[in-house]
Design a protein around this ligand. Sequence first.
Ligand code: SF4
Length: 260
Amino acid sequence: MGPDGGSRVDITEIEVRSALSVSRIPGVQYTINPYVGCEHGCRYCYACFMSRYSRHHKDAPWGSFVEAKVNLVDLLARELPRKRKRSTVFLSSVCDPYQPAEERYRLTRGCLELLAAHGWGIEILTRSPLAGRDVDVLRGAAVVSVGFSIPTDNERVRQVLEPNSPTIAQRVEALKEVRESGVSTWVFVAPMLPMDPLRLYAMIHPHVDSVLVDGLNYSFRVKEIFHRNGWGYALSGQYAHRTGRKLLDLFGEKARQVCA
Ligand code: SF4
């Protein structure tokens, strides 16, 4: 269950054919997604199209299922020695690599151990303090950066739009711990949800090396929820522009905007 007591998630174990997927994300050559589905169930999630690729949960609502790729670490152990050059891997593009199932399956950790041992670069993006569990592995990686998605400072906004995800305070605490352990950190303020930019800045700026901001790309999914909660103003392009500008000014050289 999530921090707000969300419903139970159906977890299935699956086997897949490959571990590394070629990436189009600038600066990273591959992605690894240890899970199909994401228990965090963010209402605006861009990755919900992944239900289509699910073998067992084709029509299930996003956030209600997780498929754990139980042979992933063995596959990666075979794939890495076959690659001619060391690259950088992003975990993860269509799930959270530290969603609750990771506590039990340790697939993300297994992949990180292999990537670090082979001298590959690692780029992580998560909403979960569970990332702190793996700093012992991350400290041994050649190039590594751990990012936390923190799209608002407002806990009520988080509860409504990311109902089964860790609280904002938990993420900020984890960000601080990871950075204090000597691992480089970044924060992804995306999508920019209703927020107080100054307060968000004060919460995260002491603990972060860089910040990336982006607007709400799939507003049609959350339009009704925003209006119902009095956040309709945050659906506009002007809101994204104004808030992005404010964050860029506050964070200075640390910050940049996606596709600005
Ligand atoms: S944590 Fe990421 S992948 Fe998971 S539901 Fe939220 S936005 Fe989607």
